[in-house]
Design a binder for this molecule. Structure first.
Ligand code: SIN
Length: 308
């Protein structure tokens, strides 16, 4: 699809990559932040497709990545991912590196279904990720459409969930090491995080867990559509219920939320920039590229207000 009629619109193409989520955009230049007309196309594509991948770009410096991300809103300048601390790019505390070396035989960052930092009162509106160095194969990221997760529930379940709230915790009671290790064969993903900690790439922090409550069903502030808002990574329980009372229904919702029909799977190449709308998307970085290096850089943008 070629977007619109103006000169920028003639140059820019938005091409869906799956039936329900995800589009590539070609014809952009991020060496300087795009102007209003071009950004309007990018923003519209994000609202329509939920995750977008900007292709055909020249290599980007961290400052160029940040300048582009700032068009979406207020940049998160404390890139701190509980319970892990990832190294910021030198001189750019807002850009954090997601690096897995060829020699690393452990889990990866984001290798489980999650919505970013939902333990915060104002989670991220979106994240902008730059693929600096990608494996020859593997290392894809999957994304799932949470509008559809809500819309495809039956009426009885919708009535039950509407108005409920859930607690989200940085302690990741259901999204920690267990799910990460379970997803891969033993010989591929051995022992613990110690290896990465030794390498200085990943530090398990000892800060106290942060918890917050959000609606189980939220309304997207820009589209007005409702979306399911519980994720395996950070949601711990329903408000007013214990973890074990909550778990059977949470498990059903988590499984439903990532039905293959609601997802896309993106195969990165170097210098692609991805942007996901964290208000309505879950994502999963697939840890299947052992023996190869993968290096991404990520900048995130705060939601301006709490989810409702
Ligand atoms: C993440 O932000 O969860 C990881 C994304 C990726 O490395 O593809």
């Amino acid at each position: 699809m070629t977007a619109g009629q103006g000169p920028a619109r003639r140059r820019i193409r938005v091409n869906p990559i799956a039936g329900t989520i995800g589009a590539e955009i070609e014809g952009l230049d991020l060496s300087t932040p795009p102007g209003d007309e071009v950004f309007a196309i990018v923003h519209r594509a994000l609202l329509d497709h939920l995750v977008i991948f900007l292709t055909g770009l020249a290599p980007l410096e961290p400052s160029q990545l940040t300048a582009f991300a700032a068009l979406f809103g207020d940049i998160d300048r404390e890139p701190f991912v509980h319970p892990f601390r990832t190294p910021p790019v030198e001189g750019h505390p807002e850009v954090f590196s997601i690096i897995k070396e060829a020699s690393h035989r452990s889990f990866n960052i984001g290798g489980f279904w999650h919505t970013d930092v939902t333990y915060r009162e104002r989670p991220h509106l979106c994240s902008v990720i730059y693929a600096r160095e990608t494996p020859a194969f593997g290392g894809d990221t999957m994304f799932a459409n949470q509008y559809l997760a809500w819309e495809t529930l039956n009426d009885a379940m919708k009535n039950r969930l509407d108005g409920m709230r859930a607690i989200h915790s940085s302690a990741m009671p259901h999204g920690g090491q267990g799910p990460r290790f379970a997803a891969v064969a033993r010989h591929h993903a051995p022992d613990e995080a110690d290896h990465l900690m030794e390498a200085g790439d990943l530090e398990v922090t000892t800060v106290e867990a942060v918890e917050t409550s959000h609606p189980v069903v939220r309304r997207h502030p820009e589209t007005g559509r409702k979306a399911l808002y519980v994720n395996r990574g950070f949601t711990s329980r329903f408000e007013g219920m214990t973890e074990s009372e909550s778990l059977p229904l949470l498990e059903d919702l988590w499984n439903h939320a990532v039905r293959p029909e609601f997802t896309c799977r993106y195969r990165w190449s170097n210098h692609v920039v991805g942007v996901w709308d964290n208000r309505v998307v879950q994502h999963y970085a697939v840890n299947d590229y052992f023996g190869q290096r993968r290096h991404m850089q990520r900048v995130s943008v705060h939601e301006p207000s709490r989810p409702v």
